[in-house]
Design a protein around this ligand. Structure first.
Ligand code: NAG
Ligand code: NAG
Ligand code: NAG
Ligand code: NAG
Ligand code: NAG
Ligand code: NAG
Ligand code: NAG
Ligand code: NAG
Ligand code: NAG
Length: 437
């Protein structure tokens, strides 16, 4: 399925543009979205003051630095008098104004968050994080962003206000499609002491959903595999992430210094990816490491091949039928994801704060690792037919390219009976593997 999908990326991108709402559906996070809520807090002589709140309800997809960019088109001749906690990137043509000059006169303003550490009088709650939004699964308290906007030349009652049109959200790249704004019941606020309720004059919501196919033509990560019972290492499929950068890739760690030094004065957009057969910025390696009587052990390694990217607050999602019985996870945080009550085969992993929550740029420190211990369910557990390998892997919310199933490391037929009970055998094979590794 995955292979078909990327086999015809153009056709799919086309269909995706036509009916993006229908395509923007992630079976592992069916309710994931980013909701943008406008609460009109007060009317002004020529418009209103609104607090705009962005909530990331996606379980494992966050918005990384350099952060979100929100745009819309005014329905009438509105202007932005002022903003707190964010700014419009362009003032536009305000030549009609004397005296008080608006913050932005653009018909289609583009707004970005302020950076941490701005003066207090430019801040409001949940602002000024450089546009970074954590995923809901990792840190709900950091998955919200707010700013205040004072709008002029707008309607001044709930009957005359016109909702802005055509919202766009970059997070920070492409991929999000936003619905039209829709009036919803006014938000009710509780005072801090909890003894009084106030309510917005008017509220509208916009829902934005993500579609990987809109974000990029090729996957951004791939999966490789190995096991203690077979010395073959199954690599990522060739050109998993497209080989269009093959001519500009960095051949080795030693050469990155000259490449980067040469190009630092130029624009920062050129990606420096290490040359590999897959050309992915990220590789996830799944190693079936040990076999115990009632348990088995997996080692996961995420490797960064991008010399110009530190992945902060990275997330990894894995789907495997035995994740319902995960007993221990070393070095990563783990949270089961249960999108449907009937299945419990998916979970998200993320780094421990201040330890490995940043996946460093390519090089000696450009990887994070974890080991998992899973309890066998004797009715389903097997090492044959690639059962021990994941069904799906996502990194930062994007699905990774898997090797074709016929290339998964096989269980040698003769060892079959020994394996199930003998962990000494496993250790022996591991020794053999280490030599190959
Ligand atoms: C957006 O996500 C929230 C939280 O998961 C969910 O309650 C809501 O129904 C979603 N909205 C849409 C339009 O999908
Ligand atoms: C509007 O968005 C807020 C979050 O920003 C959410 O809590 C609320 O449920 C949404 N309302 C509707 C009707 O979707
Ligand atoms: C405007 O507000 C009034 C009073 O709160 C309410 O009765 C009316 O339904 C609102 N009209 C619209 C269009 O929302
Ligand atoms: C909003 O987007 C639609 C469809 O892309 C377009 O037809 C329409 O002209 C846009 N409206 C404005 C005010 O830009
Ligand atoms: C660095 O700049 C040179 C000359 O402009 C260009 O050929 C090369 O592709 C750039 N390298 C990277 C990694 O962007
Ligand atoms: C990644 O982080 C390290 C250490 O904080 C820093 O030296 C390096 O410049 C960062 N790289 C990028 C591309 O931001
Ligand atoms: C799902 O599996 C996890 C172990 O990974 C377990 O802690 C959790 O209780 C399970 N939840 C359900 C609803 O079965
Ligand atoms: C874990 O495995 C045991 C033994 O196979 C089984 O009885 C139990 O239901 C499993 N737990 C979950 C959450 O599936
Ligand atoms: C190891 O797995 C490969 C497939 O990846 C298979 O071709 C090979 O025969 C296996 N080796 C043994 C000893 O079974």
């Amino acid at each position: 399925m995955v292979f078909n999908k990327f086999g015809y990326p153009l056709a799919f991108a086309f269909i995706a543009v036509i009916c993006s709402q229908a395509v923007a559906y992630d079976p592992l996070d069916p309710n994931g979205n980013i909701t943008i809520k406008w609460d009109i807090m007060s009317w002004t002589p020529d418009g209103y003051v609104a607090v705009v709140t962005m909530n990331n309800f996606q379980m494992y997809r966050h918005i990384m630095s350099p952060g979100w960019t929100l745009g819309w088109v005014w329905a009438k001749k509105e202007v932005i008098w002022s903003m707190v906690g964010a700014q419009a990137t362009e003032q536009g043509d305000c030549s009609k104004f004397r005296g008080n000059i608006p913050h932005s006169c653009k018909k289609n303003p583009t707004v970005v968050d302020l950076l941490p550490g701005v003066p207090y009088n430019q801040q409001i709650a949940n602002c000024c994080k450089g546009g970074v939004l954590a995923s809901w699964g990792q840190d709900p308290s950091a998955s919200v962003s707010s700013f205040q906007v004072s709008v002029g030349r707008a309607g001044t009652t709930n009957k005359t206000v016109r909702l802005p049109l055509n919202f766009t959200l970059m997070g920070p790249g492409l991929g999000y499609t936003c619905s039209q704004a829709k009036k919803v019941p006014s938000t009710v606020f509780l005072t801090p002491d909890g003894r009084r309720k106030t309510q917005a004059m008017m509220t509208w919501n916009v829902t934005c959903t993500y579609s990987q196919i809109l974000a990029s033509r090729y996957p951004s990560c791939c999966v490789s595999m190995s096991s203690f019972y077979n010395s073959t290492i199954t690599p990522c499929p060739k050109c998993s992430c497209g080989c269009q950068n093959k001519n500009t890739c960095v051949p080795s760690d030693a050469e990155i210094k000259t490449v980067v030094a040469m190009n630092t004065s130029k624009n920062h957009n050129t990606n420096a990816i290490k040359c590999t057969n897959h050309m992915c910025p990220i590789r996830v390696h799944w190693h079936v490491k040990l076999n115990y009587k009632e348990y088995w052990r997996v080692k996961m390694t995420v490797t960064n091949f991008n010399y110009q990217m530190n992945y902060t607050q990275w997330t990894l999602v894995a789907q495997h039928p035995n994740l319902n019985n995960i007993t221990q996870v070393f070095s990563f945080d783990y949270k089961p994801l249960i999108p449907y009550q009937s299945t419990n085969d998916t979970g998200m992993f993320y780094g421990l704060k201040f330890y490995n929550d940043v996946l460093m740029e390519a090089g000696p420190d450009g990887n994070v690792q974890s080991e998992l211990i899973l309890k066998k369910d004797m009715n389903t557990f097997t090492f044959t037919q690639g059962w021990a390998f994941p069904r799906k892997i996502y990194f930062n919310g994007d699905e990774c390219m898997m090797p074709p199933p016929d290339q998964y490391p096989y269980l040698p037929n003769s060892a079959n009976s020994n394996l199930i009970s003998s962990s000494t055998m496993a250790s022996l094979l591991l020794l053999v593997l280490l030599v190959f590794w």
